[in-house]
Design a protein around this ligand. Structure first.
Ligand code: ADP
Ligand code: ZN
Length: 733
């Protein structure tokens, strides 16, 4: 343990770079430890801070040194590996350390509260779960508490129920008297007794080889588990975790989407009957705090979570898994723009534990890392069960004119698969009723007043909505220019749902997109109706392509394969290829063979041809070659300076000054590209521009960034400009 010297170095939770010198508090009962939370005077107020180091002398004159007001923890909340990672990450991503540390903690701890221990928790027992809430009709408070308990994946704490109704104590006692409620003092989701344990399948030869290699890892090793959808990657995670559990250690499992956590949780609970903690953005503050604590004190043997779960402190870490490692949601897109996948690599190395990155469509970065030997590639080329790869056919939209988005061949395929007892999944990555509202008379298109974008018609809500800034307005009755009646052009999921309902009046249709799944638990309810075969037609956006398992879906229809075919970003081809392969992979799990139909105007497009005829791996090889020639990642490193302001000239004078500084500071080999307007220049009434820095290596970029960033912060006009620096951006807009 470090001996703490007289001058304390404190990372203050404030948007300022650097650490600050303080004097130790007047009296301390216990030794000061690096990682402890402190309360410090800052400016005219006080702030939370973290002790990150100490030294004998300060450069500040003695009279300017202020004292720490209090020490909040007896033990540091963040273990050394995590603190080390965060200190490194603050520097790497050029973000204030205090804010980085704050972002890593649940809100309650960030605000100075204590960790949760011994808190009371309530859940419905089996009897409560199967009870008929109809008898609570006359007791609305009880009914609301009942529903709250039923709909949540984890037991509830006082704070959670308080949020439902202030009379929760009485309501809860009444439900208790009915014999429906269990009480626990645990800090985490305990194994749910009424989930039946599963019988692990016998591993395929490929799976067995993968598990063996992961289990044989001595310390850090990064594996790229490259397995087609349905090849049993999750089973490989489960077996590796089993081994880790046997040695008494914990496993951390990252998933890209909150929607995937309940499904995975259930699978883990069936297998292990052990406490699992969930960490994701949908939790209440109380739940988050409990999961954090359970992970930190070792109660939770497995921690499952989205992006920010990479900050879970682990008592006895044994393994980290990042599922769907290619998914862009691993990158935080505002504030501190970290990549949880990349941090996982750092953390696993620091902890000396194996890391498994799994995907059916690995990122080009990871493929290149495997090729160069930094990662160990494990391949699962075959699906488990009898079903082979789905058969893919293209429907040429120039020959088959669609009506309401659907062509005759696609309708026929749907009819055929439904007739054979299968389910169908129809994919359209565009929500709302129609993306364009146009005047057939004068060609006028209704645009957002604040963005360079069109308003999307949401017919059910009777509104026009801008998907970029969120502004809404009533649907105009007629064209404001020529008074003709406006026409909805193009398809969104809302319109497609109607078209499908008209074509298949006897079928129940489940639409899954952000509009239909706003309510908590709604995704699960809809997915359950599909899994229970109450609904046989499933349709929706990107949300459907992510990891969900639909064993009886035999047909996947891609309504508009051309969306994104001509994207401007150097990553658009990779994105498109990944979402195709992912959505196509939903077809034909287990013993049912699958079919995929793509509607396209461009059946000869090279991207579609390579993907369909040769597969993702070949696509990746070609795409990597293109990246190498063009000098894009992974053969270069990027940082993107984004700026926005209410006036366009301010944006550009700021970016031009930043570009001039970059050219002045830049080592040879560092390219300064721009400034340029953002692809959508005006959003929410503000003008946006960007400057791209391209370096041959991380080291080169990292050597340059700190001094340049500091210089940029000194540019005069920057006060009127909102700007941010994105290291390793995933989108160039
Ligand atoms: P992935 O994560 O690669 O999509 P999963 O692990 O979800 O694949 O497996 C797909 C399906 O195959 C699941 O229903 C799973 O239970 C089953 N499965 C996995 N491994 C085996 C195996 N060795 N034998 C039989 N079924 C398996
Ligand atoms: Zn807008």
């Amino acid at each position: 343990m470090l001996e703490v010297q007289q001058i304390l170095e404190v990372a203050v939770a404030a948007p300022v770079m650097g650490v600050f010198d303080y004097l130790a508090p007047a009296s301390v009962d216990a030794p000061l430890l690096v990682g402890q939370r402190l309360r410090v005077p800052f400016g005219r107020g006080t702030r939370m801070g973290w002790l990150v180091g100490s030294k004998a002398v300060s450069e500040l004159p003695a009279h300017r040194l202020r004292r720490v007001l209090s020490v909040l923890d007896t033990e540091p909340l963040l273990p050394p590996d995590l603190l080390g990672m965060l200190v490194w990450a603050a520097r790497y991503y050029q973000h204030p350390l205090g804010e980085v540390l704050a972002a890593a903690l649940p809100k309650a701890l960030r605000e100075g509260r204590d960790t949760a221990s011994g808190e009371m928790l309530w859940a419905l027992n089996a009897e409560g779960m199967s009870a008929d809430p109809e008898i609570l009709r006359r007791a609305p408070a009880q009914l609301r508490i009942y529903q709250a308990l039923r709909d949540r994946p984890l037991p509830a704490a006082a704070a959670d129920l308080e949020a439902v109704t202030s009379t929760w104590r009485r309501a809860l006692a009444a439900l208790g008297a009915r014999g429906w409620v269990t009480v626990s003092h645990a800090t985490v989701a305990l194994p749910v007794a009424d989930i039946a344990p599963d019988v692990p399948p016998e591993l395929t030869a490929d799976q067995a080889r993968a598990v063996e290699q992961i289990n044989a890892a001595q310390g850090y090793q990064c594996f790229l588990l490259d397995g087609v959808t349905g090849s049993g990657k999750t089973e490989v995670y489960l077996r590796s975790i089993e081994q880790v559990l046997a040695t008494g250690k914990q496993s951390l499992v990252l998933v890209p989407e909150i929607g995937l956590t309940p499904q995975l949780l259930e699978r883990f609970q069936r297998r292990f009957q052990l406490p699992v903690a969930l960490l994701h953005s949908g939790l209440s503050d109380g739940e988050r705090l409990r999961a954090f604590t359970a992970s930190s004190d070792g109660t939770a043997r497995i921690v499952i979570g989205t992006r920010s779960a990479i900050f879970a402190p682990l008592q006895r870490p044994g393994l980290i898994v990042a599922d769907e490692e290619h998914d862009p949601s691993y990158k935080q897109q505002e504030g501190w723009r970290y990549s949880a996948r990349d941090l996982a690599v750092w953390r696993a190395r620091e902890l000396g534990v194996p890391l498994v990155l799994g995907s059916a469509t690995p990122s080009l970065e990871s493929i290149e890392n495997a090729r160069s030997g930094r990662y160990t590639r494990l391949v699962l080329p075959l699906r488990t069960g009898a079903a082979g790869q789905p058969r893919v056919s293209l429907i040429d939209l120039r020959q088959h004119i669609p009506s309401e988005g659907l062509t005759q061949p696609l309708l026929a395929a749907i009819r055929r698969h439904l007739g054979a007892g299968g389910q169908v999944l129809i994919y359209l990555n565009r929500r709302g009723y129609a993306p364009v509202l146009m005047c057939p008379g004068c060609g006028e298109v209704v645009e957002c007043k604040r963005c360079d974008a069109r308003m999307v018609l949401h017919q059910q809500r009777g509104l026009l909505v801008c998907h970029h800034c969120g502004s809404e307005r009533p649907v105009p009755a007629q064209c404001p220019e020529c008074t003709a009646e406006l026409k909805a052009v193009g398809q969104g999921t809302e319109r497609l749902e109607r078209a499908l309902a008209a074509a298949f009046p006897d079928q129940q249709i489940e639409r899954i997109d952000r509009d239909t799944t706003r309510r908590r638990g709604e995704i699960e309810r809809r997915l359950r109706r599909v899994r229970d075969e109450e609904a046989r037609i499933l349709m929706g956006t990107q949300m459907l392509t992510k990891g969900h398992d639909f064993p009886r879906v035999t047909l996947v229809g891609i309504v508009d394969a051309d969306q994104g075919l001509f994207g401007s970003d150097f990553r658009s081809a990779e994105r498109l290829a990944q979402s195709f392969v992912q959505v196509a992979g939903r077809a034909g799990r287990a013993e049912h063979p699958g079919e995929v139909c793509l509607q396209t105007m461009f059946p000869e497009h090279p991207l579609l041809r390579v993907l369909i005829n040769e597969g993702y791996a070949q696509f990746a090889t070609l795409a990597l070659e293109e990246r190498r020639q063009a000098g894009w990642p992974p053969f270069a490193c990027l940082a993107l300076l984004r700026a926005e302001a209410s006036q366009r000239p301010q944006v550009f004078s700021f970016l031009q000054a930043a570009a001039a500084l970059a050219r002045e500071y830049a080592p040879a080999g560092l390219n300064v590209l721009g400034p340029a307007s953002a692809p959508m220049e005006r959003r929410a009434g503000r003008y946006r521009g960007q400057l791209l820095l391209q370096a041959g290596s991380r080291r080169e970029l990292q050597r340059f960034l700190p001094a340049w960033r500091e210089a940029v912060a000194g540019i005069e006009v920057q006060r009127r400009v909102r700007w941010s620096l994105d290291v390793d951006p995933v989108d160039l807009f």
